[in-house]
Write a protein that binds this ligand. Structure first.
Ligand code: FE
Length: 180
């Protein structure tokens, strides 16, 4: 009787170990849940679903995520809702940045961007299109966005790729520098 119980417990333990192993490694659909400052993520290979927490600032959260995951290149897309943003417009004539802030509830109808590095540090470049309550669009280079509602991003990383940037003084922008 004692022997049977011992055998049963061992079998149960083995089944548990096999199940956890299968769930973690053999079945990628479960993903790996990650979290950081202002975000949570679910990782599937080199692809991530990234959720920005309500009331968090999106650009800071994305930078924290990229730093935490040590991503050096990739693509970013997303949707969500905000109640304050700061956009930037680059004037090539004057080489000046013109920054402007907007308040009010707006939908992120599109967030697009990329991940590269500059001087070996992560470099996140984001552009955004927002829709207001009158269904009018507002768009530009994104400096900051306060999430008010959801922030649902998808990130596709290329772990083996190194894409560096260099400042181009003639144009006044940080360009991709494939010579690096
Ligand atoms: Fe830009």
């Amino acid at each position: 009787m004692k022997h049977t119980l011992f055998l049963f417990l061992n079998m149960a333990l083995l089944a548990g170990v096999i199940f956890i192993g299968w769930k973690q490694f053999a079945h990628p659909s479960y993903g790996e849940v990650l979290q950081g400052s202002g975000w949570t993520a679910k990782k599937f290979g080199d692809k991530y679903f990234l959720s920005i927490a309500n009331r968090s600032e999106l650009v800071a959260a994305v930078n924290d995520f990229v730093r935490a995951q040590k991503l050096t290149s990739g693509n970013i897309t997303g949707i969500g809702a905000v109640n304050a943003v700061t956009l930037r417009f680059f004037d090539p004539q004057t080489k000046q940045y013109v920054d402007k802030s907007f308040n009010g509830q707006m939908e992120i109808t599109n967030l697009s961007g990329n991940i590269s590095t500059m001087d070996g540090k992560e470099y996140v470049h984001l552009h955004i299109t927002l829709g207001d309550k009158n269904y009018q669009a507002l768009a530009g280079h994104l400096l900051s966005a306060d999430i008010n509602g959801a922030g649902e991003l998808f990130i596709e990383a290329l772990p083996a790729a190194r894409v560096e940037r260099s400042y181009n003084p003639e144009i006044g922008l940080n360009f991709y520098d494939f010579a690096k």
